[in-house]
Design a protein around this ligand. Sequence first.
Ligand code: WTA
Length: 651
Amino acid sequence: MSENKIESVLREDRVFEPPRSFVEQATFKPDDIQALYDAANSDHEGFWADQAQKHIDWHKPFTQTLDSTDAPFFKWFTDGQLNVSYNCLDRHLDTRGDQTAIIFEADDGEVEHISYRELHARVCRFANALKANGLGKGDRAVIYLPNVPQATIAMLACARIGAIHSVVFGGFSAPSLRDRIDDAEAKMLITADGNYRGGKLIPLKDVADKALSQGCESIDKVIVLKRSGTDVSMQSGRDLWWHDAIDGQAETCEPEWVDAEHPLFILYTSGSTGKPKGIQHSSGGYLLGAIVTCRWVFDLRDDDVFWCTADVGWITGHTYITYGPTACGATQVMFEGVPTYPEPDRFWKMVDTHQVTIFYTAPTAIRALMKHGDEYPQRHALDSLRILGTVGEPINPEAWMWYRQVIGHERCPIVDTWWQTETGGHMITPLPSYSKTKPGSVTHPLPGISAEILDESGKPVTEAGSGGVLVVTKPWPYMLRTIWNDPERYKETYFGMYDAHTYVAGDSAQRDEQGNFRILGRIDDVVNISGHRLGTMEVESALVAHTSVAEAAVVSRPHDVKGEAIVAFVILKTGDGNDELASDLRNWVAEQLGAIAKPEEIRFADGLPKTRSGKIMRRLLRTVARGDEVTQDVSTLENPQILEQLQARGS
Ligand code: WTA
């Protein structure tokens, strides 16, 4: 036992230099990266102004870099004007119009190559269709589509006309979709009849219809992509097919030039209250972040084939499918399916087929595929790969080592990228030719990003190995601008702990002797299931909305594949719980919030452990859910006998 412990500590101390073979062919050499750090450290604003001039085609150049007068409502490049879709499409037409922008592989294995010229034409046609159906600058469109090129086309078409998109992941339920449509007061919904994932039909239009029947008064039009070919109902006057909407539309569309601060999109994410937060991003600053992080972290260049396996419904898909790679003029793979269908070698097979050079996925996928054994990756050469990336949650050292050895053949640097929906792009991450990597460590902040770890009083935590609150002490161009319709919540959530210039990420972290960052986990009531953020309050609200539930408390416990799994403690209105009710409740939560939120376990109890002031002792519940020995002080418990009951029922 103790030997194992020592071994795992030693393992985490393994340090890997950037492979020499990698450095030799990298675009950004260590000296180039060092020069970026030096420039950023000597003049934060000037550095970002230079980057913005270098990487973005401005319609009207900016003269002011950063406006902090109304902190924490920071503005970047405010008097500049641009169009994001112009930067992702039009500017490539002369130089790489015929280059493939997207290699799309469908769930059933069908492959489609879309060139930049074709992508431009398809975006323009759809943008014209949006306008023809009443969507204009500043209007919101909710996109509820599968991970197919039309999702990217719809996003870029919104950007083209200055409309604000809000993509809702296709796995979200009808009530979640409705809440997001209502909060954004969206005029239009863009969805599909359905699609297949892992061979299973996802009935998107049915779910959308359910959402629309429960509210969504702001919706005028629903555009429906024919994808699965299943029968769906179309409400006349409101619903129209995508192919009819673009019929006869021109293949050019003058971009709407917008101010740098014009909102590009809203993306909802979970917080520690029941209500999801509409994270609002800008046009200029966000685009800059997408570009520079693709360039620096992925060393992205013309001959790369980039593949981010995320869904466009998450921030990772926004920044590293729709915006970053296209703005850099890269060729990328987009995939509709799941890693294990039809067999657990789907990813590795696709890497070989499409000669992927940069592969970016989530620890949960790595862990799941690792469990299937080395045999699957070993069927494939994987010799096109040059960089591997991970995102979404802490990666355990075992999975990191497996990724390095079995997938990267010890030749590919691993970039473990820490960032958030709110940060818009990478923040703390190794740079592939520059950084020494270490399993489980996100290493160091990017140039122009001032990350620190503070204690509760706001003093920097200097001792190696001590944990603290992860903060960013200077604004950066690609940070969120506010929470849609709720600026107070923005201030309070992200800048409420210290001051109006100190962004609080909601994670705790520590540093090692060399100063490398390690992310420890959330400090709020947010859990991370398979790399997806969920507020425990959301799950609790869903549970208490069930007729038989009086009270519920939700915590997480570690899980081999998902990272964390949900355990719900449930108090019934009457009677005792049984397996059937537990299964009903699990399904109920999945219906209310989506399958990701389905609890792993439901435990029925007569009461919850509470302090005398009535606060649920979640820390205690966490200990119980993990089956650990309770060492906390329980003397403040109002109802100590409850503890024994909870423990007994779990065994
Ligand atoms: C966690 C995903 C450890 C973290 C881009 C963060 C990570 C939350 C990492 C954001 C990483 C993300 N190592 N933890 N490399 N990347 N996280 O908004 O807790 O879906 O706050 O954005 O995921 O999740 P979100």
